[in-house]
Design a protein around this ligand. Structure first.
Ligand SMILES: *[C@@H]1O[C@H](CO)[C@@H](O)[C@H](O)[C@H]1NC(C)=O
Length: 241
């Protein structure tokens, strides 16, 4: 009897410990602490939207898809277009699935910037290399190994206030996608003037249907030898609207 009562609690603890979230950033040589508690909570002011837990979002239309349930942060980091943003995960456990990094241009102050328009564009992504979905040749396997991911802010990007969103999509469970997105606030500087054309812009949540073959996939049973990330290609910064 005792075991029957204990078993689910142990299972839950393992599950919570097993996933992950972005917990800090390295930007232009400066370390920015991120959110590390479980909101709502009082914690240090950070550049990152507070998020509720390490658990995945399972459905692309869930409101948590945008920034893991977080809302505007108190601080922002300044970065010159062309420099790198490095996201750091305190823990991450899955080796199959893509890494996708998105940005969203705020129309004004961060306090009113919710990312709730069709304005999200990708600046970086890595799906799978090689030909076997059931391998560890995936972007998220690199995060598992290094616990960090570096992306270049497109060098021509127009200056302004932006949200940056790091998304890990774990595909280790057949036809049971797990999304892990977190957001932070960046003031981009520089002399660029480019903004992504409309066909690079997406709404989040809902950037792809749940049935997208990059989302609803059985990596063990699939005969596919290539993988296409959901949500379209990366905007290089050279095409402009
Ligand atoms: C900047 O990010 C790119 C990947 O987008 C990477 O190739 C490069 O090594 C990074 N540079 C630094 C200094 O981290």
């Amino acid at each position: 009897m005792l075991f029957n009562i204990l078993a689910p609690a142990v299972g839950l603890a393992t599950l919570v410990a097993g996933h992950g979230a972005v917990t800090s950033y390295q930007i232009g040589g400066t370390a920015y602490p991120g959110y590390e508690g479980f909101s709502p909570a009082t914690s240090l002011k950070t550049i990152q939207f507070q998020w509720p837990d390490f658990n995945p979002t399972m459905v692309v239309t869930d409101a948590k898809m945008r920034c893991n349930g977080g809302v505007s942060a108190d601080l922002s980091a300044t970065i010159k277009a062309g420099e790198n943003v490095t996201a750091i995960w305190k823990q991450w456990t899955h080796a199959q699935g893509p890494v996708m990094v998105w940005m969203f241009k705020c129309s004004g102050a961060f306090a009113s910037c919710k990312g709730d328009e069709k304005g999200w564009f990708k600046i970086d992504q890595m799906g799978m290399w090689g030909t076997q979905l059931n391998s560890e040749n995936w972007g998220t396997a690199i995060v598992l190994k290094n616990l960090k991911w570096s992306s270049v802010i497109p060098k021509n990007l127009a200056p302004g206030n932006y949200l940056i969103r790091h998304e890990l999509l774990a595909l280790h469970q057949a036809n049971t996608p797990q999304f892990y997105p977190e957001c932070a606030q960046l003031v981009v500087t520089g002399s660029g003037s480019a903004t992504p054309p409309a066909d690079f812009l997406y709404s989040i949540p809902g950037y792809a249907p749940q049935s997208d073959p990059g989302i609803m996939v059985d990596i063990y049973g699939s005969k596919a030898t290539t993988y296409t990330c959901p949500g379209g290609p990366v905007w290089s910064g050279f095409q402009s609207s």
